[in-house]
Design a protein around this ligand. Sequence first.
Ligand code: SF4
Length: 337
Amino acid sequence: MTVENKPKVVALFSGGLDSSIAILLMLRQGIEVHAITFLTHFGCDIVDRSSCSGDPYPIAEQFGFSVKLHHLGEEFIKIVQNPKWGHGKNMNPCVDCRVLMLSHAKYVMDQIGAVAIATGEVLGQRPMSQTRDKLNLVEKETGLRGRLLRPLSARLLKPTIPEQEGIIDRSRLENISGRSRKRQMELADEFGLEHYPTPAAGCLLTDVNYSRRLSDLLAHSQAIDFNMLNLLRVGRHFRFSPRTKIVIGRKEDENEKIEKYRCPEDVLFEARETGSPITLLQGEKTDEAIVFAARATARYCDDKGLDKVSVTISFPERTEVLEVRPISDEEIEHIRL
Ligand code: SF4
């Protein structure tokens, strides 16, 4: 078969084990793979090594297929705020997420004349998005009937059109179901796939602590921007009042990120002449909130054992210094997010 008449598939690719194996099963049949990977700001993507994803580019280079990055941005934020099929256990809108990613993939499929979209989904692996009903629902919603191929579970599912047409050999696809990754790991060995991330539960939206912070943000902010989302991953967060939030860095790199993600109208706090967190106050700047944030800064600085700590407060238009008593755990812990 020449390169020109090789059948093509579009593949959803996180760089994780399952999506890598799905692609390798396609390549093994001589199918040309056009992978796409997504940036969502919620993990499970190339900027987040803590989730089930990994860097997709080395694997693509090793096995010789292309990868394109799609930024979901605002579209993704909308489905997190208001998912048609609801959230999972936490803030994860898995069904909406799959539909959105597949609609991007469908566009690419139509553009390049691919015969199917391949995903790393495994029947029964994830309770919200990978039941048989949910796999069928996603296929119907995306208008991909007969064109959505799950190579890892294909022999347990209805044959897709390219399988029926003999373009894709069904007998060389897998019949994996459930949560065990044993068969995927055997296949990884067979294919010579060495570096893949340990499978994890999902993106940040499946994390209970992150979801609590995100719910708080959605409940208290009219418009959400990427800086606000990025800030949720950094430091200690406190909801001082419906209109005021306080974020306190835990280490040097978090202090740097807090300064990077601040808005021009935010207020910054730092204890003077000692090791100090950077504290950010967003929203309404009442006197009470300012004193509270200054005392919270003192609570987490290296001089927290002193009766009084001097804290520099940087307002957008001026700087002040306030002498404050470090706040106690009882005064602050009940508002921690
Ligand atoms: S865990 Fe759910 S919401 Fe998060 S990326 Fe995966 S499918 Fe999407």
